[in-house]
Design a protein around this ligand. Structure first.
Ligand code: AGP
Length: 609
């Protein structure tokens, strides 16, 4: 949470930093701020509560010259989202500017010491202590000063620091949270992710745990906290600015929903062999390792947890392995019975979610093999896992996850089929047939997208509701959860997803005359039972909106509204049923006049517990 950017080069730093912040705003939008340092040592800070647009309005027309800048978008932790808590924070003399992502857990002790030594605190944040500590310890070497401070900090942080006396140097440091270097020609960058600088360079280098980066116009030096230089590999980012922009859509989410067919093709690409079977070297497991797996545990949060649930059905069916799916925030504090023969799959779009990262560490400490399924190359979770399967969904900017979830599900199907292929639990011809079905999915998703007009109309009628229920069975159940999560987070409507067979054990009491109930009911072996459940809620006054397969008339007598999807194998139906749920939630939010990309209180990358 929080987006940070730092720049040193030949361009107007304010423009570069603001451009980076626009792309990082999905990480937090409680406030925004910039610091610009001019060649003659004038350090100017501007910051403002609220979205970046507020800051842009505040600084419009102000002269802020300089070729060195740092910037921040905030997701508030310490102190409310006010102007005075917005970053950058300054020391007493105004010589040092600091932006920070994370939480400094021992800041109260540090504040007490600083106050005793006469420093005046001007914000409620933990971040400000760093500026005062730099003020105290700086003796002409900013990088050495930051290294010494990092040694005294507890918690998680990415810090980016500028000093009035160092007009060609930005120093950044990282512990537990993401920091990436952008390598340009005569200019260099740091950012929370590559979108911070993608408009200027596609060459990047990840910063590892407890490393400090000195960013100068001429180059970048990375050291550990002792000051020893650390060499590292750079990598090329294989998407460009266009991928990180709205491309004519009103919201990123709408664009990202539309991008799903292409994203699925990317996820599948290069992983299917000429003989029609799968090739997943990325798992870094020998065939014997795969045969030795005795159980699978999938850990994830939010929508990624729902992808994990879909994965459970696929892995159990195809690979015949016992699978548990756990919310990472719970798993990390339990005593799970796992070990060398357990494959843990950590599903995370960002690869930075704090709960999932800690769950990965917990699993590895118990000797389990950890596979990261993530969208973000070089992310902390991918680096700390034994292997990473990249979902290749491209940048996802909207807070609500769409194409990332879709490609995670595809990745989970691939893992399930690969384990089945290697363990011999499915005949090769059957694996080929399932892969052939997966190859058809991009076209089927496109077909669903092309039919979404009626869903947008339906959204208008749901915009005034204050409660919506979602029902599904089997793989429809995770989609009921996902549909409810999307509606909650985007439209702020109270929404709950249930396994349809469970409602008679309590939730059916929620049904009143006209309560909207969205039923995920594609053609499936359990469909007759699901139809019974639809009848049960309808008999109690529910307004039923049913997602059903083309040509299936069995549900129509019990549906007030039917949303049609094309036919596919029942295990793959989440790949189609999820689409109207995404479109519906975005359309309801828009009908309520809400910001679809930046829902209140949320941030894309949840790097706090
Ligand atoms: C879903 O729309 C949310 N953005 C959220 O639930 C998200 O899936 C969750 O925070 C996990 O994020 P991750 O995949 O980056 O780990």
């Amino acid at each position: 949470m929080c987006g940070i950017v730092g720049y040193v080069g030949g361009q107007d730093a304010l423009e570069v930093v603001l451009g980076g912040l626009r792309r990082l705003e999905y990480r937090g939008y409680d406030s925004a701020g910039v610091a610009v340092l001019s060649a003659d040592g004038v350090l100017t800070v501007e910051r403002k509560a609220g979205k970046l647009a507020n800051l842009e309005k505040q600084i419009a027309g102000l002269p802020l010259p300089g070729t060195l800048g740092i910037g921040h978008t905030r997701w508030a932790t310490h102190g409310p989202p006010t102007d005075h808590n917005a970053h950058p924070h300054l020391d007493c003399s105004g010589a040092v500017a600091v932006v920070h992502n994370g939480t400094i857990e021992n800041f109260e002790v540090l504040v007490a010491g600083l106050e005793l030594r006469g420093h005046e605190r001007r914000s409620d944040t933990d971040t400000e202590v760093v500026a005062h500590l730099v003020e105290e310890r700086y003796a002409g070497d900013l990088a050495a000063t930051v290294r010494s401070i990092c040694r005294d900090l507890e918690g998680s942080f990415v810090l980016v620091v500028a000093h009035r006396d160092e007009p060609d140097l930005v120093v950044a440091a990282r512990r537990n949270l993401p920091l990436v270097i952008g390598l340009g020609e005569g200019e260099n960058f740091v950012g929370s992710d590559v979108t911070a600088f993608i408009a200027h360079t596609r060459e990047a280098r990840a910063v590892e745990q407890d490393q400090v980066v000195e960013v100068r116009r001429s180059g970048v030096t990375v050291t550990d906290l002792a000051g020893t230089v650390v060499e590292g590999e750079s990598y090329h980012v294989d998407w460009d600015t266009a991928a990180a922009e709205k491309g004519g859509h009103e919201f990123f989410m709408l664009k990202e929903i539309e991008e799903q067919p292409a994203a699925i093709r990317e996820t599948l690409g290069g992983r299917l062999q000429e003989d029609g079977l799968l090739h997943l070297d990325e798992l870094s497991m020998s065939d014997q390792d795969i045969r030795d797996i005795e159980q699978v545990v999938i850990i994830a949060c939010g929508s990624s947890y729902h992808s994990g649930l879909v994965g459970k059905y696929a892995l159990e069916r195809w690979a015949r392995l016992p699978v548990q799916v756990e919310m990472a925030s719970e798993f990390r504090y339990r005593d799970p019975v796992i070990g060398r023969s357990t494959l843990v799959i950590a599903v995370s779009q960002s690869g930075e979610t704090a709960d999932t990262l800690e769950a990965v560490r917990h699993a590895r400490s118990l000797r389990a093999k950890v596979l990261a399924v993530t969208n973000t190359i070089g992310s902390t979770i991918s680096r700390e896992s034994d292997a990473a399967l990249y979902t290749r969904g491209g940048p996802e900017v909207a807070v609500a996850s769409t194409k990332a979830v879709m490609t995670q599900m595809i990745a989970m199907y691939l893992v399930g089929l690969y384990l089945a292929q290697v363990r011999g639990t499915r005949d090769p011809d059957e694996v080929r047939a399932h892969l052939a079905d997966l190859r058809e999915v991009p076209d089927l998703v496109q077909e669903v997208l092309d039919r979404m007009g009626s869903v947008r109309t339906l959204a208008q009628s749901l915009a005034t509701e204050d409660r919506v229920l979602f029902l599904g069975r089997h793989v429809g159940y995770p989609m009921a959860l996902e549909g409810a999560l999307k509606l909650k987070e985007l439209a702020y409507i109270s929404a709950e997803g249930f396994p349809a067979g469970e409602i008679k054990h309590g939730p059916i009491a929620l049904i009143e005359q006209g309560t909207p109930v969205i039923v995920i009911a594609p053609r499936h072996a359990l469909q007759a039972k699901l139809i019974n459940n639809v009848q049960e809620v309808r008999a109690r006054g529910a307004r039923t909106i049913v997602i059903a397969t083309d040509g299936d008339e069995s549900v129509t007598p019990y549906a007030d509204t039917v949303i049609r999807i094309p036919d596919t194998k029942s295990l793959l139906t989440p790949l189609l049923t999820i689409v109207p749920l995404q479109v519906l939630s975005a359309a309801v939010a828009m009908a309520r006049g809400l910001d679809v990309d930046q829902p209140r209180n949320l941030a894309k990358s949840v790097t706090v517990e």
